[in-house]
Ligand binder design. Structure first.
Ligand code: ASP
Length: 318
């Protein structure tokens, strides 16, 4: 059994091999490996699981390929609105931010909320003002502009117009949805678990919409008595199914092992509700689970004594 390890995701969705170029695929695998390696190095040198998940997520936030930080998608108002959360499985302390526009690394702000305030979740202007008082790195809105995400918004808006959908179908990614949220879960040498998630939300959603990522128990959860979990997918369903907590309590109160609990949460409850997506999870023994019900999920793990491994489609880790 591994003494320590880290598992990450870079979003789930309709990620199809035939739509991917070999250059893009290589870039994704490299970015996942960089994130895994940074988290692993912290764990190896006796850093905490909280430090490791934050660092791994920071690296993906700085990479334009993922829908978090730099590569965040746009809402229907043409703005980037980011959400993030972090949770410490030892203390059950958690911090989260929602609807921030100028924070280079939203998960770092979530950590400051966890450690420097009496609160769990700060949103919008209040969260940004808190970031400034903490001296956290801010970024102008131009920093978050990427042509790829802008075009994604234009396409989604054009499609919506064509369909002349009602309010309920607006900002709804449907089955072709791509979810690029990033997340990490880790076990450190002291046996402590942590989880972190960071996202730009869903392309073309109503502005002001908040997804599952910053909601403790929905998109992010860690409890040393069970496991650490980070999710990705159509957030509204993960909120209704309280998916991250679902995995944890299936272990804690029903005695399921990690693989059974994670499988039940995704292929049972979430799928029955009609939600698309997946999750990553790790327990105190170093067992890991990465279930998803979409065609693909950017994912990887790096466990002590092993190598960094990544996968994108329905395939074995390489
Ligand atoms: N779960 C995220 C949200 O709904 C989206 C994603 O995973 O990409 O905000």
């Amino acid at each position: 059994m591994p003494d320590f390890g880290i598992v990450i995701h870079g979003g789930a969705g309709a990620i199809l091999r035939q739509k991917m170029t070999s250059e893009l695929e290589a870039a994704f695998r490299q970015a996942l490996t960089d994130s895994l390696t940074a988290g692993y190095e912290i764990l190896k040198s006796t850093g905490t699981s909280v430090d490791a998940v934050q660092k791994a997520v920071n690296i993906m936030e700085d990479c334009p390929l993922f829908n978090a930080g730099k590569g965040a998608v746009f809402t229907n108002a043409g703005r980037n609105e980011m959400d993030a959360a972090i949770m410490d499985g030892l203390t059950l302390k958690a911090g989260a931010v929602a609807g921030v526009h100028h924070i280079k690394n939203p998960v770092s702000l979530a950590r400051l909320v966890m450690e420097k305030t009496a609160h769990v979740l700060l949103a919008g202007d209040g969260a940004e003002e808190f970031a400034r008082t903490q001296g956290l790195e801010m970024a102008p809105k131009e920093y978050f502009f990427t042509e790829r995400r802008w075009q994604q918004l234009q396409e989604a808006m054009a499609k919506e117009k064509e369909l002349k959908g009602d309010e309920l179908s607006q900002g709804n990614p449907g089955k072709e949805g791509k979810f690029g949220t990033v997340g990490a879960v880790a076990l450190d040498r002291s046996g402590n678990l942590a989880a972190a998630t960071s996202t730009g939300g869903m392309s073309n959603s109503r502005y002001g919409r908040i997804g599952d990522s910053p909601i403790i128990g929905a998109g992010t959860y860690a409890d040393n008595d069970a496991c650490a979990v980070s999710t990705t997918g159509h957030g509204e369903f993960f909120m209704r199914a309280v998916t991250a907590y679902d995995v944890s309590v299936l272990m804690k109160y029903r005695g399921l092992d990690l693989a059974q609990a994670a499988e039940t949460a995704i292929h049972g409850r979430l799928t029955e509700l009609g939600g698309d997506g997946g999750l990553i999870a790790i327990d105190r023994k170093g067992n890991i689970a990465l279930p998803f019900n979409t065609p693909g999920m950017y994912r990887g793990h790096y466990l002590s004594g092993g190598q960094p491994r990544t996968a994108i489609y329905r395939e074995k880790m390489i």
